[in-house]
Design a protein around this ligand. Structure first.
Ligand code: SAM
Length: 228
């Protein structure tokens, strides 16, 4: 009985501490100019990053850095997730495709941005990571992210066209299937390079592609048919 109370108090205290750290991180991301809009700020305040990390790394959840999630892969740094969300200008009710689920954290943030009537389809090449991401998303009650396993360099034709597509790993060039699966007036965000890469935003307008270069970044490689 007493043990149960102690456990509850410890749990509530830990939850409170994580919330404090989350608020501090969001304040810094705002100050540093990575978070620009209230919508993205609210999404970051809502999603608990610690829920997407292995137990040993939960205490580092609010350090603005990528962290190991197994299989040699990483959960992206919060500032990179913020840059990508702001660049994509995600709206309510949209249908989004994410290539590279990893832990599911980035997808959970995007799920907040599309709201309950929107959908995030995400594809991961490692079955073990996809399974863990599903558990993480379920644990936080996120119901509008659909996790798939496969080679995301070919996109996910089943649910096309998408309003937004983003790739969370470095591609050698923009995979043509992703351009094909993008809705007209849609936006596609891809890091191009070999680990050290450049974030490229493609806007599709009346079938034409307009390219914007958004600056340097570091990502694990996209592998697969249209990958490295
Ligand atoms: N956004 C994720 C998060 O919040 O945890 C981090 C993604 S991690 C930087 C990149 C992911 O892309 C890895 O999990 C990796 O296995 C995956 N990946 C690489 N090539 C892929 C491919 N062809 N299809 C699907 N996933 C791929």
């Amino acid at each position: 009985m007493v043990e149960g109370h102690i456990y509850t108090i410890q749990f509530l205290y830990q939850k409170y501490m994580y919330e404090q750290e989350r608020e501090r991180l969001v304040l810094n991301l705002n100050r540093e100019g990575y978070i620009k809009t209230k919508r993205v700020e609210q999404a970051f305040l809502t999603v608990p990053r610690e829920a997407f990390l292995p137990d040993l790394l939960k205490d580092y959840a609010y350090v603005d850095t990528p962290l190991d999630i197994g299989q040699g892969q990483t959960i992206s740094a919060p500032h990179m997730v913020a840059i990508m969300c702001e660049s994509l200008d995600i709206k309510d009710d949209q249908k989004i495709l994410e290539i590279g689920t990893g832990s599911g954290y980035h997808a959970a943030i995007v799920a907040q941005l599309v709201g309950e009537a929107g959908y995030v389809y995400t594809i991961e090449r490692f079955e073990s990571l996809a399974k863990k991401a599903k558990e993480n998303l379920k644990q936080i009650g996120c119901a509008n992210v659909i996790v798939n396993v496969g080679d995301g360099s070919c996109g996910l034709p089943l649910y096309q066209p998408y309003d937004r597509i983003y790739v969370t790993c470095a591609a050698p060039y923009i995979p043509q299937p992703l351009i094909d699966q993008l809705q007209d007036c849609g936006k596609l965000l891809v890091p191009i390079g070999d680990m050290y890469c450049e974030l490229i935003l493609l806007e599709k307008e009346k079938g034409k592609s307009i390219i914007h270069r958004l600056g340097g970044c570091v990502f694990v490689p996209l592998v697969g048919k249209y990958g490295h």
